[in-house]
Design a protein around this ligand. Structure first.
Ligand SMILES: C[S@@+](CC[C@H](N)C(=O)[O-])C[C@H]1O[C@@H](n2cnc3c(N)ncnc32)[C@H](O)[C@@H]1O
Length: 274
């Protein structure tokens, strides 16, 4: 009996994925198991009482940023699974998002919350910025460094809520990139982080925000629908960030482009006058 062509394509796909990012694929499967568990056991709380859902869920306990604050083996060990997970997601998302981002030649790029540098490495390979600094928590930066070097790539362990981004990066950034970062923060803190970005930005520079749009149902048709439902309360439409940015700086020219990955995403680019 010959092999079913669909099964054979699936095996080829899985073999290629495992060869490219075994740790990430396993982390994604493990994460999705937690998501399915949380939806099955506590799904009715997701919209009724998001706080209670977070407390009872396994999913949120994985993302414990407080455990990424130093370079001990315990910190690295606690950080590794969720870094592997978001790095694997970013590998999927990058080919959709990168074409929506345009940066000047030899740009100086700062990426708060840039994690292990998956997006940075893809941007470096295609756009050759002069420098790309990933600013993240200490254990996350260490895991990023362990993934190897790329031209112009460096990791800066720094709490993005604190000021002094220019001094810490060593340059006034032409581009400040937030990919899947701002939804982590309540609006007031997201505004505070954006104010740090505006203070740091070089004249004529741009802030780029890539995020999932606000949750509008399980429209993707993949297992990621469940993960997105678990985070549903956090995703915001671009108008929310446009309003925050307008409040912080009247001199920004903003554009928004959309794409569909696991659900609808957008890239909001806010350019400052030169
Ligand atoms: C939701 S993850 C997104 C990661 C990555 N940009 C992506 O798209 O997969 C948020 C990132 O922000 C980082 N982060 C959280 N709190 C931070 C802080 N106070 N200062 C700097 N980075 C922080 C996390 O370590 C993580 O890498």
């Amino acid at each position: 009996m010959g092999e079913d062509p669909k099964a054979s394509a699936l095996h080829d796909f899985l073999r290629a994925e495992m060869a490219a990012d075994r740790e990430g694929v396993l982390a994604r499967l493990s994460f999705l198991r937690s998501v399915f568990r949380d939806v099955a056991l506590h799904g009715d709380l997701i919209f009724a009482d998001p706080e209670a859902f977070m407390i009872q869920s396994e999913t949120f306990s994985l993302f414990n940023y407080a455990l990424a604050g130093d370079l001990s083996e315990a910190a690295i060990g606690a950080t590794r699974p969720w870094v592997a997970y978001v790095s694997n997601l970013t590998r999927t998302e990058t080919p959709f998002l990168l074409p929506l981002i345009s940066i000047p030649d030899r740009a100086l790029v700062l990426e708060p919350g840039g994690n292990s540098g998956v997006f940075a490495r893809a941007l470096i390979a295609e756009r050759h910025p002069a420098q790309h600094v990933v600013m993240d928590l200490p254990a996350v930066c260490e895991l990023g460094r362990r993934r190897g070097s790329a031209p112009g790539l460096s990791f800066l362990a720094k709490d993005m809520r604190r000021g002094g981004w220019r001094d810490a990066a060593g340059f006034a950034p032409d581009v400040i990139l937030f990919k899947s970062v701002l939804h982590d923060w309540p609006e007031a803190e997201a505004e505070h982080i954006l104010s740090q970005a505006i203070q740091a930005l070089a004249p004529g520079g741009q802030i780029v925000i890539a995020e999932r749009s606000a949750f509008r149902g399980m429209i993707g048709g993949t297992a990621m629908d469940y993960a997105n439902m678990v985070f549903a309360a956090f995703f915001r439409d671009p108008q929310v960030y446009e309003t925050l940015l307008k409040r912080l700086c009247s001199d920004l020219n903003m554009t928004v482009s959309y794409t569909v990955i696991d659900t609808e995403w957008y890239v909001l680019t806010a350019r400052m006058a030169a």
